[in-house]
Design a protein around this ligand. Structure first.
Ligand code: 13P
Length: 287
């Protein structure tokens, strides 16, 4: 069922595990992630970047597809449909389209403007029963045109935003979208611990989940991270499996060019990646 992310994240925070946000790009992505969540009996968050929303022809198409797929696949685990790194305008479009959750990324605004816009959206989301993620500091790298320098969050700014009544808070702690460079110094647990101490019970969000070593994921969860975003890793798994299929010449055998056959190994690879992450995050069996 389609739900806000509030209850699943409150439970995750109390139970010391994290719920995965997996970004979707098309029907295959959505289906694979939903089937993975159902098989793992795990709550799940489907992330939609503004670029992916546009690619899928718009947020209304995405919301209609996700709602219909939950029903027709018989998905019983809690599913949140969440805008990832939303602009102010994008948030309103997703509220109207029927998303159950949004992220307003006001991290590039001066803090007073981030506070003003976030607090307005807190009220709108409360009226609609939706969850809201806000951000302080910045996630490094680039995701669908959203570029960040990767500054670590100021814990006092984190508290200011958390106190507005958001559902969850993303704080930059040296995390980066996409692959991590070989010279990456690792997550700043000092920043994470300081933010966590300031914001108390607020579920924290770790972006840039691709390529973070397991022990760092576990430590982050122990310090209050209850939502972990993964995007690139599913893309890499899909691309590798599709490449293998084509390089083996399978698209040229019989009706191997049929898109339902051609895309099947990639879809299976996404599902396997998602289940593996759910095991690492501890959300298996928590639906
Ligand atoms: P990765 O692409 O690095 O997994 O990051 C995903 C993310 O943080 C989505 O907001």
């Amino acid at each position: 069922m389609l739900v806000s992310a509030k209850e699943m994240l409150t439970k995750a925070h109390e139970g010391h595990y994290a719920v995965g946000q997996f970004n979707i790009n098309n029907l295959e992505w959505t289906k694979s992630i939903l089937l993975a969540a159902e098989e793992a009996k795990s709550p799940v968050i489907l992330g939609v970047s503004e670029g992916a929303g546009k690619y899928m022809t718009g947020y209304k198409t995405v919301a209609a597809m996700v709602k219909a797929m939950i029903e027709e696949l018989g998905i019983t685990v809690p599913v949140a449909l969440h805008l990832d790194h939303g602009s102010y305008e994008g948030c309103y479009k997703c509220i109207e389209a029927g998303f159950s959750s949004i992220m307003f990324d006001g991290s590039h605004y001066p803090i007073a403007e981030n506070v003003a816009k976030t607090s307005e959206l807190v009220k709108v989301c409360a009226e609609k029963g939706m969850s809201l993620e806000a951000e302080v500091g910045a996630i490094g790298g680039e995701e669908d045109g959203v570029v960040g320098n990767g500054e670590c969050a100021d814990p006092n700014e984190g508290k200011m935003i958390a106190d507005l009544g958001v559902t969850m808070l993303a704080a930059g702690i040296g995390n980066i979208h996409g692959k991590y460079p070989a010279n990456w110094p690792g997550l700043s647990f000092e920043t994470l611990a300081a933010v966590s101490e300031k914001v108390g019970d607020m579920p924290l969000v770790l972006h840039g989940g691709t390529g973070i070593p397991e022990e760092m994921i576990k430590k982050a969860i122990s310090l209050g991270v209850s939502k972990i975003n993964v995007n690139t890793e599913c893309q890499l798994a899909f691309a590798a499996a599709t490449r293998e299929y084509i390089e083996a010449g399978k698209d040229q055998q019989g009706k191997g060019f049929d898109p339902r056959k051609l895309l099947a190994p990639g879809a299976a690879a996404i599902k396997a990646t998602v289940i593996e992450k759910m095991q690492l995050f501890g959300s298996v069996g928590k639906a």
